[in-house]
Design a protein around this ligand. Sequence first.
Ligand SMILES: O=P(O)(O)OC[C@H]1O[C@H](OP(=O)(O)OP(=O)(O)O)[C@H](O)[C@@H]1O
Ligand SMILES: NC(=O)CC[C@H](N)C(=O)O
Ligand SMILES: [Mg+2]
Length: 478
Amino acid sequence: MNEECGVFGVWGDPNAVDITHLGLHTLQHRGQEGAGIVGRTPAGLRRHYGFGLVSQVFAQPADLIALRGPAALGHVRYATAGGAILENIQPLLFRFSDGAVALAHNGNLTNALSLRASLEQNGAIFQSTSDTEVLMHLLRRSPAKTFKGQLIDALNQVHGGFAFALLTENGLYAACDPNGFRPLVVGQLPSGGYVICSETAALNVVGAEFIKDVQPGELITVTNAGMTAEQYTTHTQLAVCSMEYIYFARPDSEIHGVNVHQARVAMGKRLAQEQPAAGDIVVGVPNSGLSAAIGYAQESGIPYEMGLIKSQYVARTFIQPTQALRERSVRLKLSALKAVVNGKRVVLIDDSIVRGTTAKQIVQLLKDAGAKSVHLRIASPPLRFPCFYGIDIQSTKELLAANYSVAAMRQLLGVESLGFLSVQGLEDSVNLQTTAPNRGLCVAYFTGKYPTPLDDYAANLKEELSKLTLNVEEVAAR
Ligand SMILES: O=P(O)(O)OC[C@H]1O[C@H](OP(=O)(O)OP(=O)(O)O)[C@H](O)[C@@H]1O
Ligand SMILES: NC(=O)CC[C@H](N)C(=O)O
Ligand SMILES: [Mg+2]
């Protein structure tokens, strides 16, 4: 599993580029592989981009100065399709005889490969290997008369997960897929300018007021005439990625009206009811396990303690490319507090188990520091199926819970007991106000039931699952 991507665009503010730069810093947790900004300068759209963190890509003041103007679009990337080559770092910038367009994307398209094959057969020449680029080819081939009409045509042909943002000389456009898998919000700056970005935390940091969540199948247009919202399709059904609430998004963001920290606290409370444990202290795994640990302690009455310390200088573990690096970075990142855990029965709370790298090492750390027993509780259901909508887990091979039962995982991780939150518990904890299936959440990674056809990925998944020798229901029930 890898991070997400983050998008951030501004229209109608003289400081658009600097605001976008700040916004990307705030969204850095969503992608650390590459970053870029396109600015609408007096000389047209200009781009600066590269590999690494926002602070590395924009190391010199001149990098931003060259982009300045009244509108900008930025992106932080972690690849889900097409790998880590410079050409895939976003925003992508296309120059046409009649103008330029910048394109940024969070999510993953399920039919990009087949669309690309047929576009190439008809003469298209792609510049990158990412799924994102197909949108622009479809847009340019549309017979519609206006840019917006062409965009609507293109949006109706791509499938899967997408929060797209596009910048032209004339406007800033943004759209969400028909399930709203990925979060995307609109806000307004004190100057009157508009911001469109992945998370509300970034609105707060740049001083913009929240206006709305972009809804499934919705297209937002911002020009000098103001902001408008319309449906590019009405075949929609809310299925927000539940991993956004569990792990990805910042605790200080709100997605469809639900604060991420509070959702995690509620997951922890529910976990305490569903999976009680006899312990002396509750310890959360920094960072994203802490909110659920607070909830577990509140509900169980077991005191919350700081049994693990996190170094502030080590990034998220998933993004390391190899297992050896991931293991080393857990060691560097987390240490046990001997004075707190020695002789104690520890109830250890984390938000998720993916490969098991983190849990395995932390249990060892706690035991080495003298913990009498470790009762591991996970504030999400076991992750057993891949995601094709924007989280980079596209194979069951690496998922611990796809390959081992809960009892086998308990042994493997070396804990006295192990318990997970139920799917129902997750849905109730997030508590979205909707009548959509699964209470408006995508829970496919836990149930194997995907809210859309998987297009190019379907055959592969079928084959993988057949190798597990269990059917979907059996895998989900392990
Ligand atoms: O089972 P694994 O493969 O180890 O993956 C799961 C762990 O990874 C994530 O933390 P991460 O270190 O990425 O980020 P965080 O600091 O925000 O918790 C997540 O919160 C779990 O702790
Ligand atoms: N994590 C993402 O949202 C990635 C966006 C896009 N699919 C890419 O690979 O660049
Ligand atoms: Mg973690």
